[in-house]
Design a protein around this ligand. Structure first.
Ligand code: ADP
Ligand code: MG
Length: 678
């Protein structure tokens, strides 16, 4: 088959210069590409439904004899309309056609045809408007529908595919070795191609599709694994192996099993032959900071420095406070470096340069030119989605390929993590520390807002703080709640309560000030847009109200809700929404039903597809031709297993996988080398 990928599409009968250009537009400049241009849909003519059993609104194929010659009528606008009745011997069906003057010559009285269309009702009789039709003796078949383009119909693509199929040798070499096909019960490539294009039955199509989807996933995974191993660098900062027990004794709690696993994985990386590149992915509150600190420990003990970069001053200060409190008594010197200048700034910079400061915590101030490290062994970025790869790299440049640890609270289903974070190994914290209170979540209509405010009041009276979230800063024609409208309402509803507003158009310094006021407890209610979504850790905040909750995706709602339930207080989240459309209702119901970030991520994936996960995060993942990450999850998992096995055994280099390597090259070369970036 590889040779067919070098065979120009013009080799096919009926494809000249002009058509070749159109095929190229569809992504099929060669015969091989054309065979991999799969139908986007199928019309099933293989199953004929008796008229009496055809349900209204269903798309059916009906076999009917034309009972009387079609009548012709001119209707408004000069449109031509034909009508006739057909019968299957038991029931009648009425047909209407518009603007097709050939109808009388195409539909002959007394002859039988197959009609395919959506069933309607004309009084008590079934009907179809402008159905497709074909002579009844045509072999009942499933018609592939191809992506088409101006000047090239699905039908002509199908014809070209037919002649391309004829060029295939009888025994086609299959990129999937027989052993894999057998183990995963996958059909042979020749069968798959024949049946993905021209299936006889829907079962055959399913068998074909399953194999092709598996192959595509396998090729994708293997390619990503290769990229990942290619980006590995020699470990210039090896540390001794072994679990940092000494560190864990400093903690006021016992690490969860998930935390222990993540630490073990990180230590193994850093004591191994190549640089660590690891993502720790854990739900809000899963205890990523402790994992980070545990991994700093052996690095510092080995005489090197570690740096922890947070996206905001508040977060950096938060980390500094808790980590220095923990580590300084054990003799580890910590420093905080945020924006600004002055003597303190200089002193910290000096300490970082001399190596006296062993753990540098800060904002992106850490990557400013003035900052130099003595010997930087480990770089940690917190809430990584707030940093670009560039910033992460800039911090890494401060050392000689230091180890990298990236922490993210955006849950991604495990199966997708490899693809979303191509060059990183992933540790998942899928377990919350014990004793967390579940957050109670309620969904109400805007008419109940008054009562919700009353509920908020109760939390305030008990000494708690709260977040009130709305989608807009200024009102617009969408009718959604804006800060402009909301703030005075809130102030009126909560007289005597210190209320502050927070939104994305404020200057960073203003934002920090507002957040600091809230963190200190001076501000009791924070009215905010989604800027509160990241990282704020105010354990005393226990109530959150989200206006126009239908506006947000599941993952975003989850991030928002993660701002509460961080302390020992029972917390509550109230969603306000008037949305009626089933999709929004479903989403909010799912959200109400669970606090588990991974369950939510899975549901989000099912409801909205992977676009959301990959949308902002991933560039350059190859375009899949047939597989769908959200629909074919089970196959993705199987292919992942298979890919790991092949890769680990080193078998990919072998002769039996030569064709598979060709497929990997082909899939990735179209995406400019397939660098997968964060
Ligand atoms: P996140 O993963 O959101 O960054 P943090 O690291 O901020 O979570 O941890 C959230 C809270 O849980 C902190 O107050 C931390 O001290 C606490 N914590 C972390 N690990 C444990 C544990 N194993 N047992 C009990 N509490 C823990
Ligand atoms: Mg955190």
């Amino acid at each position: 088959m590889p040779s067919l990928f070098e065979t120009d599409i013009r080799k096919l009968k009926g494809v000249g210069e002009k058509r070749a250009a159109l095929f190229a537009k569809l992504g099929a400049p060669t015969v091989g590409d054309l065979l991999r241009l799969y139908p986007r849909d199928y019309q099933d003519w293989s199953e004929v439904t008796p008229i009496s059993e055809a349900g209204i609104d269903e798309v059916c194929v009906v076999r009917g004899e034309v009972a009387s010659p079609p009548t012709e009528q001119r209707i408004r606008g000069g449109k031509l309309m034909h009508r006739c009745t057909v019968t299957d011997g038991v029931s009648d069906m009425k047909l209407t056609f518009f603007n097709n003057r050939y109808i009388p010559s195409l539909l002959k009285e007394g002859e039988a045809y197959l009609f395919r269309g959506r069933i309607g009702a004309s009084g008590r009789t079934a009907s179809m408007v402008s159905p497709e039709f074909a002579p009844a003796d045509r072999s009942a078949e499933i018609v592939p529908i191809y992506p088409a383009t101006q000047g090239l119909t699905s039908r002509s693509v199908a014809q070209a595919v037919r002649s391309a199929m004829a060029l295939l040798p009888d025994t086609l070499e299959d990129p999937l070795p027989g052993e894999i096909r057998e183990q995963y019960k996958l059909c042979y490539l020749g069968y798959a191609l024949e049946n993905v294009h021209f299936p006889k039955t829907m079962e055959d199509l399913e068998i074909a599709r399953r194999r092709l989807v598996f192959e595509e996933f396998l090729v994708l995974q293997l390619g990503l694994m290769e990229i990942k191993s290619g980006s590995r660098q020699e470990n210039l900062h090896p540390i001794p192996g072994g679990f940092p027990e000494e560190f864990t004794r400093l903690l006021p709690f016992k690490l969860t099993g998930a935390q222990q696993r993540a630490v073990t994985e990180g230590v193994k990386d850093m004591s191994g032959p190549s640089t660590m590149n690891r993502l720790v992915q854990g739900d809000v509150g899963s205890g990523k900071t402790a994992v980070a600190a545990a991994l700093c420990w052996p690095v510092i003990k080995a005489g090197q420095q570690a740096a922890l970069m947070a996206p905001t001053e508040i977060l950096a200060a938060q980390h500094y406070k808790s980590l220095s409190g923990l580590l300084e008594p054990a003799g580890v010197r910590c420093g905080l470096l945020t924006g600004g200048a002055g003597a303190e700034h200089k002193r910290v910079r000096e300490g970082i340069r001399s190596g006296e400061i062993e753990l540098a915590i800060g904002t992106h101030a850490l990557i400013s030119e003035k900052v130099e490290f003595h010997e930087l062994g480990l770089v940690i970025t917190d809430e990584q989605h707030r940093f670009g790869v560039k910033q992460r790299m800039a911090l890494a440049q401060k050392g000689a390929s230091p180890h990298m640890l990236v922490m993210s609270a955006t849950p991604i289903p495990r199966t997708l993590a490899l693809m979303a974070y191509g060059d990183l190994d992933v540790s998942v914290l899928d377990e919350l520390p014990p004793g967390r209170q579940e957050i109670a979540t309620y969904l109400i209509g805007p008419d109940k807002r008054g009562r919700a405010f009353g509920y908020v009041r109760k939390f305030l009276d008990e000494g708690r703080q709260g977040y009130l979230v709305c989608p807009l800063i200024e009102g617009d024609e969408s009718g959604m709640m804006s800060l402009e409208e909301y703030l005075p309402r809130v102030r009126e509803a909560f007289p005597g309560v210190e209320v502050a507003a927070l939104h994305g158009r404020m200057k960073p310094a203003e934002k920090e000030q507002v957040m600091a006021g809230f963190a200190k407890g001076d501000t009791r209610l924070l009215v905010a847009t989604t800027v509160v979504e990241v990282g704020m850790d105010v354990p005393n905040a226990a109530i959150m109200l989200i206006e126009n909750a239908e506006r947000y995706g599941l993952s975003q709602l989850h991030q928002l809700r993660g701002r509460i339930g961080r302390g020992k207080f029972q917390s509550a989240c109230i969603l306000i929404s008037a949305a009626r459309n089933p999709e929004s209702v479903e989403r909010l119901k799912v959200f109400k039903s669970t606090n588990d970030g991974f369950a939510i991520a899975d549901a989000d994936l099912k409801l909205r597809g992977p676009g959301d996960f990959f949308g902002q995060r991933q560039h350059g993942l190859p375009q899949l031709k047939i597989a769908s990450m959200s629909m074919d999850m089970e196959l993705l998992k199987e292919a992942q297993k298979c890919a790991r096995r092949i890769y680990r055994s080193g078998a990919l280099e072998g002769r039996e996988h030569m064709l598979l390597r060709g497929e990997i090259r082909r899939l990735f070369e179209k995406t400019g080398g397939g660098r997968v970036a964060l």
